[in-house]
Ligand binder design. Structure first.
Ligand SMILES: [Zn+2]
Length: 418
């Protein structure tokens, strides 16, 4: 991969708009709020440095095009400001003694407009090379820019000695990975296999950054490939392969670990037989809804579904931290259990599970549905009971469908009455 640095003045970048593709398919950064855009303009007008842009040069039949590998939100913010799409904030301090608060681009004093026009963007141009190989390298580079994973990290782990290394390698060869929409460049399959094994060892989402994975390899150098964890990992991947038998565009890198965590949970605690297809169909529909929501949010920041925008944030920053993975998994589980409310626990004596409670709370809009003492009061997440609509003692199942949100008062009085 060949790269060269090139400065571009803002007017040039604006004139080049029809030759720049800000959203090649590996790009999924979060939509920017107006505040973020305004902050960037303020930075530029005060002549402070901003991070480099990365563009990939592509030769198309109709001429040279650039795909934005990193910096698409900044680029859009610049274009939009230049076209008078939004003003500077009303509380902006003067720049070089000129009042600029609340002004749009075309209203700026000439001296300030000149600063904008003379500001130079540092662009790293990635030169076109052999298509496929470069595609993977550009994707990798993008991932690295996003979560700081070094390219060599998995390669180094593959050189470590021990049965954990062997088990990760074996897992990376599971047929499920053939259904994924990414290549095994730089040992991507090994990397994700290691992350899922770490999740299984931890009993749920864990930090799976390079340092965490290195530690797992070291501490499990005598890992038993016929033991309980290994068997479970194989069962989960068998489940996922049955769910996604064919190559599936929605199976991008960061999705595999969330799906793994959900399938692992289903196998552990629920009657999961027959849930392969529902999980896959639901997931694909969800991803489509999310993609169209992103388009809406791109057009107008007020139009996107707030919960989906938050989910998007969790898929675009520090995607290998426990917080991000847990957030994504809970978000998906709550929607999945809401979509399939009759999924039963293997051991119903346990009461409603965390993910069932999440789905019930969301479905009932946080309001008491029992409403015998109250008239449907809104309760906080920490302050409610999941109530069996048909009592457990009368054969009522512990499912989302047979569960409802009850405030503490109503639930206690129901208990007293029966
Ligand atoms: Zn109530």
């Amino acid at each position: 991969m060949e790269m060269k640095k090139q400065p571009f003045a803002i007017p040039t970048v604006c004139k080049m708009q029809n030759r720049i593709d800000p959203t090649p398919d590996y790009q999924r950064p979060p939509a920017w709020s107006r505040k973020q855009k305004q902050l960037l303009m303020d930075t530029i007008l005060r002549n402070y440095d901003i991070p480099k842009f990365y563009w990939r040069k592509v030769n198309r039949p109709d001429g040279v095009q650039y795909e934005v590998v990193d910096g698409q939100q900044r680029l859009r913010a610049i274009w939009e400001f230049e076209a008078d799409g939004y003003p500077l904030p009303k509380d902006t301090d003067p720049i070089d003694g000129h009042k600029v608060a609340g002004l749009k681009h075309s209203q700026l004093p000439i001296e300030i407009m000149q600063k904008f026009d003379e500001y130079s963007l540092d662009v790293i141009i990635i030169m076109d090379a052999i298509e496929d190989e470069q595609e993977n390298e550009v994707r990798d580079m993008f991932l690295r820019l996003q979560n700081g994973t070094t390219l060599k990290a998995q390669e180094k782990r593959n050189a470590m000695i021990g049965t954990m290394r062997d088990f990760v390698r074996q897992t990376a060869g599971h047929p499920f990975f053939a259904s994924c929409h990414f290549a095994n460049s730089r040992y991507a399959f090994d990397h994700i296999a290691a992350q899922t094994i770490m999740t299984e060892i931890n009993g749920g989402p864990a930090n799976v950054r390079d340092a965490d994975l290195n530690r797992m390899y070291r501490e499990n150098a005598d890992f038993d490939p016929a033991g309980k964890v290994a068997k479970k990992v194989r069962r989960v991947f068998d489940f996922l392969k049955a769910a996604f038998p064919e190559k599936t565009p929605e199976l991008v890198r960061y999705n595999v670990i969330s799906l793994y965590a959900i399938a692992s949970q289903l196998i552990e605690n629920y009657v999961w037989q027959g849930l392969h297809t529902p999980l896959a169909e639901w997931f694909i529909a969800f991803e489509q809804e999310r993609a169209s929501n992103e388009l809406l949010a791109d057009i107008d920041e007020g139009m996107g579904d707030v919960a989906l925008i938050e989910y998007k944030r969790l898929t675009s920053q520090s995607t290998d931290t426990e917080e991000s993975i847990r957030g994504r998994v809970e978000f998906l589980e709550k929607r999945f259990f809401e979509a399939y409310p009759t999924i039963e626990q293997t051991d119903p004596k346990r009461g409603f599970s965390h993910e069932q409670r999440l789905a019930i709370y969301r479905r009932d809009g946080g309001q008491c549905r029992l409403a015998v003492k109250c008239d449907g009061v809104k309760v906080g997440w920490d302050n409610w009971h999941a109530d069996h609509i048909i009592a457990h003692s009368k054969g009522g199942k512990t499912t989302v469908a047979n569960g409802q949100l009850a405030c503490v008062d109503c639930n206690l009085s129901k208990g007293a009455a029966s």
